[in-house]
Design a protein around this ligand. Structure first.
Ligand SMILES: Nc1ncnc2c1ncn2[C@@H]1O[C@H](COP(=O)(O)OP(=O)(O)OP(=O)(O)O)[C@@H](O)[C@H]1O
Ligand SMILES: [Mg+2]
Length: 268
């Protein structure tokens, strides 16, 4: 039901004459991306290509730059140098194009950030009405479909505080999907959840991946990586140290850094 080719096309404008990538091929491209926080060099010459329909899992030690990478892709964080292309278009600096880009790049965080005073259904309907200018009836229909898809249509009239963490995170996923994003970014979506709720969220993500959604997922859930990802990217100190298939990476990591990291996360 999610159109894997992405949502509605970006309207023209913003892109130059040769940065339009027609169907297929790369959807997110980072080239020589650098970012500092003061003296701290948090993204060092990052090169990363995510193909349409590809699922990339990003792992690495705390402070290695994973969240900053995600945040830079939907421009919550500006970069110092390099380029980031989403669907062939360079990230706009500001204004309407930026709002549209944000809608094309869905993001789900560790904390769910739902509006507490709005119902589940209203939370999911809000973005399409405000940003995509969809009419209310169409937004409600689509929101209900999405709530069904993430398995909580029967909670539509409740408020976030009345739901479990896992349910709230599934609402947050539905809310992102409501914008018909071309790519979904997940930054440790299950790390704030109680263990018994982790799988219900991972199952939704796995089914999204199967339906062809392009996804960049920061997670230490290795089962998900093995099941759903085509590529694992290992970051350390702001650099991409290894990039490989999950199978290769988990059984045959090339660097000491990665092997050391894996030995720590796989033993608990
Ligand atoms: N707004 C900020 N101002 C200054 N430094 C920051 C800011 N955000 C992040 N940093 C620093 O940049 C580095 C990378 O942080 P980032 O949050 O991207 O790491 P991470 O890999 O997501 O870590 P974690 O696994 O703990 O979530 C860290 O050293 C962090 O302290
Ligand atoms: Mg982080």
């Amino acid at each position: 039901m999610t159109d894997s080719g992405g949502g509605p096309e970006l309207t023209k404008g913003g892109g130059g004459p040769h940065d339009d990538t027609p169907g297929g091929g790369p959807l997110v491209v980072l080239e020589n991306v650098n970012k500092h926080f003061g003296e701290l060099h948090v993204l060092r010459d990052i090169n990363l290509t995510v193909q349409r329909g590809e699922v990339v899992v990003v792992i690495g030690p705390s402070g290695s730059g994973k969240s900053t990478l995600c945040r830079s892709i939907n421009r919550l964080e500006p970069i110092d140098s390099g380029t980031i292309l989403v669907d062939g278009k360079k990230l706009p600096e500001e204004g309407k194009d930026l709002a549209r880009l944000r809608a094309d790049v869905g993001m789900v965080f560790q904390s769910f950030n739902l509006f507490a005073h709005k119902t589940i259904l209203e939370n999911v309907m809000l973005g399409p009405i405000k940003v995509r200018k969809q009419d209310k009836a169409a937004s409600e229909r689509h929101a209900m479909e999405l709530l069904e898809r993430v398995g909580i249509a029967n909670q539509a009239g409740k408020y976030p505080a009345q739901l479990s963490g896992g349910q709230q995170q599934r609402v947050a996923i539905a809310r992102s999907l409501a914008m018909k994003p071309k790519v979904m970014l997940f930054d440790e979506p299950t790390s704030a959840l109680d263990p018994e709720m982790i799988n219900e969220v991972l199952d939704v993500m796995t089914s999204l991946a199967r339906d062809g959604m392009t996804m960049i997922v920061v997670t230490h859930e290795m089962g998900f990586a093995r099941k759903a990802a085509q590529k694992v990217v290992f970051m350390a100190d702001g650099q991409i140290v290894e990039s490989n298939t999950p199978e290769e990476f988990f059984t045959n990591a090339r660097t000491d850094r990665a092997r050391d990291f894996l030995s720590k996360i796989l033993t608990h």
